[in-house]
Design a protein around this ligand. Structure first.
Ligand SMILES: *[C@@H]1O[C@H](CO)[C@@H](O)[C@H](O)[C@H]1NC(C)=O
Ligand SMILES: *[C@@H]1O[C@H](CO)[C@@H](O)[C@H](O)[C@H]1NC(C)=O
Ligand SMILES: *[C@@H]1O[C@H](CO)[C@@H](O)[C@H](O)[C@H]1NC(C)=O
Ligand SMILES: *[C@@H]1O[C@H](CO)[C@@H](O)[C@H](O)[C@H]1NC(C)=O
Ligand SMILES: *[C@@H]1O[C@H](CO)[C@@H](O)[C@H](O)[C@H]1NC(C)=O
Ligand SMILES: *[C@@H]1O[C@H](CO)[C@@H](O)[C@H](O)[C@H]1NC(C)=O
Length: 393
């Protein structure tokens, strides 16, 4: 009785009978035997139940498979969509492997190393034409060269091997895929890993009146409207100026040449290495090669600005370019002073000398007449140093 009370108190009413039979009455042999018989019976019943449940489960499983089989064969007649859906899913999966341009990111099979970019800038009709020669390394074998190009009219592309057996690689087909702002060159044969190749692409485009890519701006000097063309590539607008691998991870060395009327001057990240005048009043400026860097740090400008110059204590030249009347009136002096202080501060703070030969600050009034300036801080090879970029607006 004590045990019963106990179990009631513990709220184990269900197990009371069991407790009764096993614990309270084990005294006589007769009872002992009865208990054993009951146990065996109970055991047998549970095993039987288990077997029945298993059989039912197996039968149900078979039925289920039959149903599925029926429905897929039924849909093969075209009345249901299940079969089509699964087939489409298979196709899409395959597409991602064989149509890399459909993906938002560039395929990782190629890595650019050097860009040689030659551009002619026509300020009279606001167009530019260019030829880019990209040297790239193959990481994973592929038949496709997928690179960014947006709003560019590609005229011609030539792919050639840069290895022991040089030669032009035949192009199967080439096309724009505007949805992902890429240009695709499909080749007849695969590019092989560990080898370098080159692609030459000629193209042309408009110098848009929009603050993205390679765009134009204007100002009035002596009652006359003057135009300039500058770049804004960050974060993803280099692809509007030339075909390139326009993701920050693809760091490369850039060599830029700008051809324009000699009434204009041109600026870029690096100083001019060679300036070649043409007979017809045009000039080609060849700039020094940049350090290895991402596309969005590139910058150039074709304008008729004048500049004011200062030097940091460590000897880096800082030039501030602005419209001639702004320079004359000293509008740029404050920006120049601040830039000098900032550059010196960063050199001191990071204990890293500014690694490039010059810093260009490029500034103009925005459309509301407000003077705005911007200094770009660049991380080169993991170190934070101010950029030579032509920072605009
Ligand atoms: C299923 O397709 C077969 C031929 O593939 C055709 O003979 C049969 O009539 C179709 N059944 C139905 C229900 O459409
Ligand atoms: C399913 O595929 C068949 C043949 O492949 C096609 O005729 C039918 O239109 C497709 N149905 C759907 C819903 O896509
Ligand atoms: C723009 O002008 C240049 C020469 O000045 C010419 O070669 C080019 O075809 C012109 N572009 C357009 C779109 O008219
Ligand atoms: C590719 O471009 C480079 C530089 O612009 C040039 O030297 C080379 O001849 C071109 N190659 C072909 C095959 O067009
Ligand atoms: C650039 O400025 C110079 C001197 O101020 C002037 O002679 C020349 O015509 C200007 N060029 C253009 C394209 O505005
Ligand atoms: C710029 O700095 C120079 C000397 O460092 C000083 O004479 C001049 O007043 C400063 N100009 C401005 C606008 O701060």
């Amino acid at each position: 009785m004590g045990i019963e009370e106990n179990s009631m108190r513990n709220g184990r009413g269900l197990s009371d009978q069991w407790a009764d039979s096993v614990v309270v009455r084990p005294r006589t042999t007769e009872r002992h035997i009865t208990v054993h018989k009951r146990l065996v019976l109970g055991f047998a019943i549970s095993i039987l139940t288990l077997i029945i449940v298993t059989v039912i489960a197996v039968l149900l499983g078979i039925r289920f498979e039959e149903c599925a089989g029926e429905s897929s064969s039924r849909s093969a007649n075209g009345s249901a969509t299940k079969f089509n859906q699964s087939r489409d899913a298979n196709f899409n999966h395959k597409d991602e492997d064989i149509q890399p341009w459909r993906q938002l990111r560039l395929p990782t099979s190629l890595r650019p190393r050097n860009y040689d970019l030659k551009m002619s800038v026509y300020m009279d009709n606001f167009t530019f034409s260019g030829e880019v020669n990209i040297e790239f390394e193959c990481i994973k074998s592929t038949k496709f060269i997928v690179l960014h190009a947006d709003r560019l009219a590609v005229e011609k592309a030539v792919v050639y091997s840069d290895n022991k057996k040089p030669g032009v690689i035949r192009i199967h087909r080439q096309f724009q895929y505007p949805a992902n702002q890429v240009y695709v060159i499909a080749l007849h044969r695969e590019l092989k890993p560990m080898r370098t190749y080159k692609v030459n692409i000629s193209f042309e485009a408009q110098i848009e009146n929009e603050l993205l890519g390679f765009f134009r701006s204007s100002y009035v000097l002596h009652g006359e409207r003057r135009y300039l063309a500058v770049t804004q590539f960050s974060p993803t607008h280099a692809r509007k100026a030339f075909p390139c691998f326009d993701e920050p991870i693809y760091k490369a060395i850039f060599k830029i040449s700008l051809r324009h009327e000699s009434a204009y001057l041109s600026l870029s990240n690096m100083p001019v290495e060679l300036s070649v005048p043409d007979e017809d009043g045009w000039v080609t400026n060849h700039f020094f090669r940049t350090p290895r860097m991402s596309t969005y740090y590139l910058a150039w400008a074709v304008c008729n600005f004048t500049y004011k110059e200062t030097f940091t204590d460590s000897g880096v030249a800082i030039r501030l370019y602005a419209r001639p009347n702004a320079i004359e009136r000293g509008f740029g002096d404050y920006a120049l002073n601040i830039t000098k202080k900032l550059l010196q501060f960063y050199e001191d703070y990071f204990k890293v000398k500014y690694s490039l030969p010059k810093l260009v600050v490029f500034r103009d009034r925005d459309s509301s007449g407000q003077m705005v300036s911007q200094i770009v801080i660049l991380t080169l090879a993991g170190r934070a140093v101010p950029d030579t970029a032509v920072s605009s607006y």
